[in-house]
Write a protein that binds this ligand. Structure first.
Ligand SMILES: [Zn+2]
Length: 236
């Protein structure tokens, strides 16, 4: 896991700002996994992408995640604190996760598959198209002909084989007691934090450049502690 400097963070933010959320996840994952060739990132099982993103998140912003979710029963806004380690199933990376279900063999979906179906508005149709793309080997059938029940069976088998692909967890509402399920998108979560940190850095550069006439690269080369000290003198 590489550490990230202020200038690197701004470069990452600049490259990801105008991209689709799936491309941002690929960009962040490439950052998290510098040992992998960039063109292989879009073919990683989604669970491996998620675990890479969450480990990068822990390295950049800490192990604890503050999130909020609205109760699906009463609408109460619930504040949550979740640990990265509590979310991830350990030891599932780099394992072959092909599954046999409904007489067919499937590989787990990857970012390239999600990009291919991103414009499909009908969720059921999208699920079938996804499975059709992930069909490795079929005996007497095809993913397009799967019944609704069989689609669910295959999805359950794929989820069991690649559990980090879907970060769902139980949430009990403090107001009404309802036990619901919340889902976390690691790419969205991490990007929001990168965006927030990058904008804060730009404000720091703006204030210090205006006060001292330093260049952006000079300001970003300062440690966070020095920037904070100068900022306290400029705008106490
Ligand atoms: Zn509630």
């Amino acid at each position: 896991m590489r550490m990230i400097q202020a200038l690197d963070l701004l470069t990452l933010w600049e490259r990801g700002s105008s991209r689709h959320a799936l491309d941002r996840s690929a960009l962040l994952c490439a950052w998290a996994r510098p040992e992998l060739p960039v063109d292989t990132i879009a073919d990683l099982p989604l669970g491996e992408v998620t675990s890479s993103l969450l480990r990068l998140r822990a390295a950049l912003f800490g192990e604890r995640i503050q999130a909020h979710v609205d109760c699906e029963n009463c609408g109460e806004r619930l504040e949550l604190t979740i640990g990265v380690r509590d979310l991830l199933q350990p030891g599932t990376d780099s394992v072959s996760r092909d599954v046999d279900a409904a007489g067919l063999r499937f590989r787990p979906p990857c970012l390239r598959d999600l990009s291919a179906i991103v414009h499909e508005r009908d969720a059921a149709q999208g699920a079938r198209q996804l499975l059709a793309r992930c069909l490795v080997d079929g005996v007497g059938g095809s993913a397009a002909l799967l019944s609704e029940m069989t689609v669910r069976e295959v999805e359950d088998a794929l989820e069991a084989a690649d559990p980090n692909a879907d970060l769902a967890f139980d949430v009990r509402c403090e107001a009404c007691g309802h036990l619901g399920t919340a889902q976390l998108d690691a790419g969205d979560l991490l990007w929001d934090e990168v965006d927030c940190r990058a904008r804060a850095l730009l404000t720091e550069v703006h204030l210090l450049a205006r006060a001292y006439g330093w260049t952006e690269s000079e300001i970003l080369a300062l440690s966070a502690e020095r920037r904070a000290s100068y900022l306290s003198l400029v705008a106490p």
